[in-house]
Design a protein around this ligand. Structure first.
Ligand code: SAM
Length: 286
């Protein structure tokens, strides 16, 4: 269906289905006609691609994905939207809608059951209230997906795509760089949504690859990253000594062994620095 960005049509459709927007589910639907085709093109590159979409809403992005992908599986938490999707996407036979909370799904199982030998991409206009948890779940679950193309709040896009060691970097920057190469594709103004949110957004694409560093203990690396950023204004020595419960004298030696200045702040450290710190902690605790 091609009228899914038309305000009048959307109002009539939603009214007919007795649907009202839920702020708590992050329901801001895209109405800018140029955005979804660009997102779908970034997500579906090549033949035989299956797409996992999170939160299809009334199906505006799903519609563009369905034109390009071999199959789309769309996970929508709000069951009131299921009859709406039945109507708006009735012309397609390569769609499956699953009524579930994406955070509670076994996505490995879903991908295996639904996509077989297809290359799999994730594409979504993410509900803002769980942007970081969803992205971390997709990455930490080590799903067999080639890319994640998502709309997020502009500030989140900057953090997710920041260069490690730059002012904008945060714990999630380092985690993203561990698993993928991030790219900020384009900005999207608040007026592109209905209802309009308070902030602007951006579309990013995360290209998945093998990890870029090789720590001895991956879980420890992530504890070190989270711990170092837990109190980002403090030095890495102070922040890590409280989060890892290590004596400052010992930690200072550990940091020196890792070649990291104990007086540095987390935002200045690269992923290799974090990996070296976690290896030095690992050695020390043996
Ligand atoms: N894709 C549509 C669009 O671009 O217009 C809707 C995007 S809207 C920002 C987010 C969608 O995610 C809503 O449809 C909302 O109901 C759904 N959603 C919110 N939390 C969810 C969750 N935990 N699991 C699956 N879907 C969720």
């Amino acid at each position: 269906m091609e009228r899914l960005t038309d305000r009048g049509f959307i109002r009539e459709l939603l009214e007919r289905h007795g649907f009202t927007f839920s702020k708590s589910l992050g329901q801001n639907f895209l109405i800018n006609p140029s955005v979804c085709p660009r997102m779908a093109e970034a997500a579906v590159q090549g033949d035989n691609v299956g797409v996992l979409e999170i939160g299809p809403g009334i199906g505006v992005l799903t519609n563009e994905l369905l034109k390009r992908a071999s199959k789309v599986v769309a996970v929508e938490l709000d069951k009131r939207l299921l009859p709406v999707l039945d109507e708006t996407l009735s012309e397609y036979d390569n769609l499956k809608v699953i009524n579930a909370d994406v955070m509670k799904l076994d996505l490995h199982r879903l991908i295996e059951d639904e996509f077989g030998s297809m290359e799999v991409a994730v594409c979504a206009n993410l509900p803002y209230y769980i942007t970081s948890p969803i992205i971390m779940k997709l990455l930490e679950d080590r799903l067999p997906v080639s890319s994640i193309t998502v709309m997020v709040q502009k500030e989140a896009a900057v953090r997710l795509c920041a260069e490690p060691g730059s002012r904008d970097s945060s714990a999630i920057t380092a985690a993203v760089r561990y698993y993928c190469d991030p790219e900020l594709l384009f900005h999207v103004s608040a007026g592109s949504f209905m209802p309009a949110p308070k902030v602007d957004s951006a579309v990013i694409r995360l290209g998945l690859r093998e990890p870029s560093v090789h720590p001895r203990d991956e879980a420890l690396l992530f504890r070190v990253i989270r711990g170092a950023f837990a109190q980002r204004r403090k030095t890495v020595l102070n922040s890590l000594s409280s989060s890892l419960s290590l004596d400052k004298g010992e930690l200072s030696d550990i940091l020196c062994k890792a070649g990291v200045d104990p007086g540095a702040r987390a935002e200045r450290l690269t992923l290799q620095n974090f990996s070296d710190i976690s290896d030095a902690v690992y050695e020390w605790s043996k």
